[in-house]
Design a protein around this ligand. Structure first.
Ligand code: CA
Length: 222
């Protein structure tokens, strides 16, 4: 198997060098960009690790420009205490977020997770069961216990996307891609409206938990 190519965008060599050495030990092929311009000029990798504070173009802009031309998974890296930025980053199309200082093991797990998640995987065919909830993607029917729920097409797709990964925080970005089949840079309203409606139809808001700054998680309510 080809080694996975990671583009490390980081201006501080004291951070970049041990990080690159660590990733190479883990079997990744690593390219280093010390500026935003270098990152945009680099060959497309399999995953981008993107520091937000860069000397030339800020990380958000780099993220948006990469997104305009590619679906490459992007993990944003920030310093501790930049919580507000997380939402903006995910809305710009980042797939995940890590806060410095992070451990290499955690980072490697995230890299593998985003590259798995973002490989275009449609919602799996068949019957997705979460507690009492059954989502049948072939019949396009939803049963809650004995009761059939009447959902709109988008509500169904949204529920199926969440039910495909029960207990997992699915990002808004990913939901938009799966359900609306588009990248999205606008307001979060559309998705919130659909989630609110689904919660009503499910009869218990506990089914769909909001994961602040990330997205939503489907689980059987307590
Ligand atoms: Ca930096």
């Amino acid at each position: 198997m080809e080694p996975m190519k990671v583009l490390v965008v980081e201006d501080e060599s004291a951070i970049a060098e041990p990080l690159i050495a660590g990733l190479e030990r883990e079997g990744f092929e690593v390219e280093w960009a010390a500026t935003g311009e270098q990152a945009l000029a680099a060959a497309e990798p399999d995953v981008v690790l993107l520091d937000l504070r860069l000397p030339d173009i800020d990380g958000y802009t780099v993220c948006r420009r990469l997104r305009e031309r590619s679906d490459v998974p992007i993990i944003m890296v920030s310093a501790r205490g930049e919580e507000v930025d997380r939402v903006v980053g995910l809305e710009l199309g980042a797939d995940d977020y890590v806060v410095k200082p992070f451990g290499l093991r955690e980072l490697v797990a995230r890299i593998r997770a985003v590259s798995r998640r973002t490989r275009t995987q449609p919602v799996p065919d068949g019957r997705l069961q979460v507690g009492e909830l059954l989502v049948d993607t072939r019949a396009r029917r939803v049963l809650l216990g004995e009761r059939e729920l009447k959902l709109t097409a988008k509500e169904f797709d949204l529920l199926a996307a969440l039910a495909a990964e029960p207990g997992v925080a699915v990002t808004r970005h990913l939901l938009f891609e799966r359900v609306w089949e588009s990248r999205w840079f606008g307001s979060t309203k559309t998705i919130d409206v659909h989630v609110a409606s689904l919660r009503r139809k499910l009869g218990n808001p506990g089914w769909i938990e909001t994961v602040r700054g990330v997205g939503f998680r489907l689980q059987a309510p307590q």
